[in-house]
Design a protein around this ligand. Structure first.
Ligand SMILES: NC(=O)c1ccc[n+]([C@@H]2O[C@H](COP(=O)([O-])OP(=O)(O)OC[C@H]3O[C@@H](n4cnc5c(N)ncnc54)[C@H](OP(=O)(O)O)[C@@H]3O)[C@@H](O)[C@H]2O)c1
Length: 284
């Protein structure tokens, strides 16, 4: 397996800084072989964190992930998510069982609440703690929670065991740098950046294309390298680009080896400005 930068979760476990997303994968039989090859290439390259959810293709993405890791389960760190409407005491356990079956495994490495719904956070946290105790999940976390939600969570029993908040974060979506990311940095909690290339739309931004040309990297590599670069007031970042082509997985994986200089970061900051005040949490 290749060497890949890692990020430490609060529990002390190291995970690959560059993972792989799976939204919209596993839905087309015609694309299955190509998608499996892409995920397996990523595992070979050390992008061992695979992000999925019961929501994606109504479980089809989880089934694809299960097939991709068959025979090499220990190479992968599987992240999956429970729907908010399932995140009750009994519903979380049932949803987790269904996900485990589709994934063909006995444990999910990190299980996230997909976004906040109507179930009290305390009930979901208790359910996640029970699942962890039963060994069905190894760690748990959240997604799409804003600063007020995180503060509320932090005050609840088990809230401080949350390993990450998975959030929309890329060069064009920097709002969380205002207050949520500094708070997470203070708790030493990494952020998991989803849609890190804005579902490929960012790759056409003229400033990013020009930056990539000047510095000998592709737009995707520049966007991912920017996310992975250490920055003041920012926690460690785990980025989870989704690519269903092995060549794109290779291109993205190479971004983990690019260390942007301070001057290059300043160039990107000038083109993609950081926030100047608070804003509501954005999600896709
Ligand atoms: N928690 C949440 O609410 C939430 C929300 C959204 C996403 N997510 C997670 O985050 C993952 C990533 O986000 P995303 O899928 O929304 O978007 P993304 O990773 O920003 O972009 C994916 C798109 O970019 C293309 N792509 C990837 N690498 C490329 C490259 N090097 N050159 C050109 N095109 C490239 C992919 O094409 P191909 O696939 O055709 O190769 C795909 O169309 C998801 O898959 C999911 O696991 C979580």
């Amino acid at each position: 397996m290749n060497r890949m930068n890692t990020v430490l979760l609060p529990c002390g476990e190291a995970v690959s800084a560059l993972g792989m997303g799976t939204w919209c994968m596993g839905e087309s039989p015609a694309l299955r072989a190509q998608e499996l090859a892409a995920l397996q290439r990523g595992l070979d390259l050390g992008c061992t964190l695979i992000d999925t959810a019961e929501m994606y293709g109504d479980g089809l993405a989880e089934s694809l992930v299960g097939e991709a890791v068959r025979g090499r389960r220990d190479d992968a760190f599987i992240v999956s998510k429970v729907y908010p409407h399932n995140a009750t005491a009994r519903g979380t356990a049932a949803a987790c069982e269904r996900s485990l079956r589709r994934l063909g495994t006995d444990r999910i490495d990190l299980y996230l609440l997909h976004w906040r719904g109507n179930v009290p956070l305390a009930e979901t946290l208790a359910a996640l703690q029970s699942l962890r105790q039963a060994g069905k999940i190894r760690q748990f976390g959240v997604s799409n929670l804003d600063l007020a939600d995180m503060r509320e969570l932090w005050a609840l029993p088990g809230g401080r065991d949350v390993q990450t908040d998975q959030l929309l974060y890329n060069l064009g979506r920097r709002g969380i740098e205002w207050d949520l990311l500094p708070w997470m940095a203070g708790q030493r909690m990494p952020v998991m950046a989803y849609s890190p290339i804005e579902q490929a739309r960012l790759l056409e931004a003229p400033a990013l294309v020009a930056f990539g040309r000047r510095h000998g990297m592709t737009p995707a590599q520049a966007a991912l390298a920017w996310l992975l670069a250490p920055a003041d007031g920012r926690p460690d970042v785990i980025a989870i680009p989704k690519a269903s082509h092995a060549a794109r997985v290779e291109e993205n994986a190479a971004a983990a080896g690019i260390m942007l200089t301070a001057a290059q970061r300043a160039e990107l900051d000038a083109a993609f400005a950081p926030p100047r005040g608070p804003s509501p949490l954005e999600m896709l």
